[in-house]
Design a protein around this ligand. Sequence first.
Ligand code: NAD
Length: 276
Amino acid sequence: MVILLDGKTTSQKIEEKLKEVIKLNNLKIKLSIILVGNNSASEIYVKLKQKKCLAVGIECNIIKYTYDINQDELLNKINLLNKDNSNTGILIQLPLPNHIDTRLILDSVNINKDADGLNSKNLTNILLNNENIVPATPKGVIKLLEEYNINMEGKNVCIIGFSDVVGKPLSIMCLNRGATVTTCHIKTKNLKKHTLNADIIMTATGVPNLIKKDMIKKKAIIVDIGISKINEKVVGDVDFENVKENCSYITPVPGGVGPMTIISLIENLIKLKKIN
Ligand code: NAD
């Protein structure tokens, strides 16, 4: 029988605990989210993050800019937010427009306010097995597996996708936990050869139905991070209905990694409040 890795219930459990921590310690936390342009997916994600902040007692301010904002204007705003003591965390909603240097912007966020853990220093810390503020999605994936007592030590883990935000930090975090990691991507030849060898597959591509039943070994554990839409229906990277017959654990989409990502952001903010 396949077991669903239920991110919705798990995140609700964590949410209750975090709410208590905020209330008992009377923590005054404020998140500032910078949103550039009118990417509809980004607008939805930002609203979800704001909703969760408010639900746990965190103030959340969305600062919107039009697509044509120039880089210096953005840097100036981040500088002001860095200096503003009432502000606990800053989150830059990605993607940014092409005329803006994303790395420069992410690195302009003070490391003590880096809510999403995407500053180079925080990413480097992962490489050094000194995980502190880590990107919310990889953090959420690890937390979900921990909740189900899935230990990855000595396991073959195949990660598909190597973005700076998801695939790369997740690959290193799995290495830090003793897994043997294979990171695949768009240039990988014969993806199936790698996925068939994996005890745990974590996929983050945004390509619907990329992972099919014949690509996984029996009893594999599947973590589907991808989010896409087919005819207004939200789907992941995995051909869920067929793959679920062959695996031992699987995340649903929606209701898997998504809610874990948002609650991990809240955890990061509480950590930052303790540093600030
Ligand atoms: P990205 O576009 O930066 O990276 C996609 C990766 O997929 C790339 O490394 C690319 O090489 C790889 N890829 C694309 N097509 C492939 C193929 N056919 N075979 C193998 N590899 C392929 O995206 P990202 O920011 O890393 O996000 C990835 C997915 O995860 C997206 O669908 C995004 O919406 C989703 N996401 C979900 C959450 C969540 O909370 N669930 C959070 C962040 C991102």
